[in-house]
Design a binder for this molecule. Structure first.
Ligand SMILES: [Zn+2]
Length: 289
């Protein structure tokens, strides 16, 4: 069976270079099923998702890696999130008939915000402009600007699959520039066909058969939104009492749909009054449409 829906790390121990291989199928298809997206938008969203999962494996504590691209083009926004235990979700804002094109053709001018959100502690954000033909270019530039770690990513996405390859020179080592150049040049020969069909070890052998590579066990990747009644409540409270009361002048229920997973949350006036007074609300289990 083909190796799918997992991330695998690998290491060139003698060269001070680490890598990651990723391929998603069912998790990708589940993650995007709640949105109507053109083929071109799906490709860009798949690239964002691959990046988020690859980068999530570089954070050293529990939390989330969130990529948000925003532009002034017809593809207005891409959001991809991956947690430390590889739970993923995605969101795109674009016309459902949007044509395919390069990243800049589709998104125009804008920026990519990369947020590391630890479960405990303050989030950290990095920002890079969306210049470049592809998200891989943007990610590479981000690492050059922010961490000065030599990093390269290769991203692939179709309607059914997402794949990615990541290489990074390890910090605080006597890295040989020639080793890095050789490894990244070899990696750069990878094709979409190989990434979408070969399993991790087959592909590493094809690319790096003269190098010593240590490959780690697969880490499963699954679609799981992570939205909750508590998080929606927080958003409602942040609207303020006046705003909430004015909504109830026009309707009996506040309905909030999660854009990532389609789950619907419903609050009546009593729920919201309790929320504002700080009392716990009963019967808060989310209902699906
Ligand atoms: Zn959700």
């Amino acid at each position: 069976m083909k190796e799918q829906d997992c991330l695998r790390r690998f290491l060139f121990e003698e060269l001070g270079v680490r890598g990651e291989w990723l391929r998603l199928e069912a998790s990708w298809q589940k993650a995007k099923q709640y949105q109507k997206l053109s083929v071109g938008v799906q490709e860009k969203l798949g690239h964002a998702l691959a990046s988020a999962v690859l980068l999530s494996a570089t954070i050293k504590y529990d939390g989330s890696m969130i990529l948000q691209a925003q532009g002034n083009g017809d593809l207005k926004a891409l959001v991809a999130q991956a947690t430390h235990d590889r739970k993923i979700r995605v969101l795109a804002r674009a016309d459902e008939n949007m044509a395919s094109g390069s990243l800049s053709e589709m998104m125009g001018e804008g920026r990519l915000v990369i947020t590391v959100e630890p479960d405990q502690g303050e989030p950290y954000q990095g920002i890079v402009s969306l210049e470049g033909d592809s998200l891989a270019d943007v990610i590479t530039r981000y690492f050059v600007q922010s961490e000065q770690l030599e990093t390269r990513v290769w991203l692939f996405a179709t309607e059914t699959q997402v794949a990615g390859l990541f290489l990074q020179a390890l910090p605080a080592q006597e890295n040989d520039e020639a080793d890095w150049e050789r490894i990244s040049a070899l990696a750069n020969t990878v094709t979409e066909q190989e990434m979408l069909t070969l399993d991790c070890e087959e592909m590493l052998f094809r690319l790096f058969n003269e190098e010593k590579v240590r490959v780690f066990e697969p880490e499963p990747v699954t679609f799981e939104c992570g939205c909750s009644t508590k998080k929606i409540e927080k958003t409602l409270i942040s609207l303020g009492k006046n705003e909430l009361n004015s909504i109830f002048l026009e309707r009996e229920l506040i309905e909030v749909d999660c854009d990532f997973c389609g789950k619907q949350y419903t609050f009546d006036k009593v729920d919201v009054d309790n929320l504002l007074s700080g009392d716990p609300i009963e019967k808060l289990s989310p209902t699906r449409h």
